[in-house]
Design a binder for this molecule. Sequence first.
Ligand SMILES: Nc1ncnc2c1ncn2[C@@H]1O[C@H](COP(=O)(O)OP(=O)(O)OP(=O)(O)O)[C@@H](O)[C@H]1O
Length: 364
Amino acid sequence: MASLTLDGVTKSYGKTRALTELSLSVGDGEFFVILGPSGAGKTTTLKSVAGLEPIDDGSVHIGGTDMAGVEPYRRNVAMAFESYALYPQKTVHDNLASPLRSGRTGTYSRAEQDERIREVTETLGIAHLRSRFPRELSNGQRQRVALGRVLVRPAGAYLLDEPLSHLDAKLRAAMRAELKQLGAMSSTTTLYVTHDYQEALALGDRIAVLRAGQVVQVGTAAQIWSRPSDTFVARALGQPEMMLLPATVDGGRIRTADGALDMAAPAGLERGPVLLGIRPRALTVGDRDGAVTVRGSVRLAERLGRVIELTVRSHDTDLVAVVASAVAPAEGADVTLCVPPAEVHVFVDDTRWGSVAGKEDRDA
Ligand SMILES: Nc1ncnc2c1ncn2[C@@H]1O[C@H](COP(=O)(O)OP(=O)(O)OP(=O)(O)O)[C@@H](O)[C@H]1O
């Protein structure tokens, strides 16, 4: 096990800047997720730790040791890539055994090898495939075997690059739960890259949100979900996305220009333009004491499994609300929606100020 620290890491590929002064600190045994859109620099971050790409500036420490000039195979990290190679002529069992037989990370008795392979194949749900060859597996099964090849070998840290990306939605959800368990069991430091916010929230002890090669926010799932530091983080998490409604603070009120939303401004919020951020799932049908309310009419009601996605027109504003189907009004009906003040985020210059309930410490 090892802690990982990146300090001021900068990396360009020719004229393309992939990372700009990126700093991260991952604790010993922590399951740390890097979340970001395509091109944000996630893979480059992992490669910098693994030593597969030389960095232009800054430093990488593993277990407190500076990795400058240290070869990848001496860094005691195991990295899984999105494209996985397996030995076609070896069974699943032998594919998993080969990292343990290479001798690079110690020698293992036959019994120890079998025990690790058993543990990993059971966790990944591939124990029944052990005598098959790669050509006899589905893509999702191959991906799990390849992940198994990384996890079977003890390492100071696992670097995992979108390891669930080829799995279908149901399997992804199941694997997420299993990986979480594996993380808790092995307590090996893990740096896990994904562009899937649900995966990040489910797995990460902490999450770093990356944009254009820079860290925007680091926090627990609860922190980045309920206190996103800016509108980029706010919209990176949640489906449908958080709505951002332009409004103005004046005379102790916050109002949208059309009057669809009109509420008391919290103390300390200066006059001027703001964005009000509301998650579609934070809205409920009806009127509640102390809640922020909006009245409108239902333009669209679309069933998404057990919930209904409503598009509600209020004055000139369209609001999206995801509500339980039992309480969803029909298209054309008048409706009152409400949301707790603490769930109406206020952004000033795209940066989170607090909520309509007031200002709070970001990390409290
Ligand atoms: N070998 C390379 N040569 C040139 N540019 C590269 C190379 N590898 C990455 N880049 C560029 O560096 C930036 C960061 O790429 P990186 O692969 O780290 O992003 P990512 O967040 O992992 O993206 P994705 O989710 O699409 O895999 C991108 O602009 C990418 O085009």
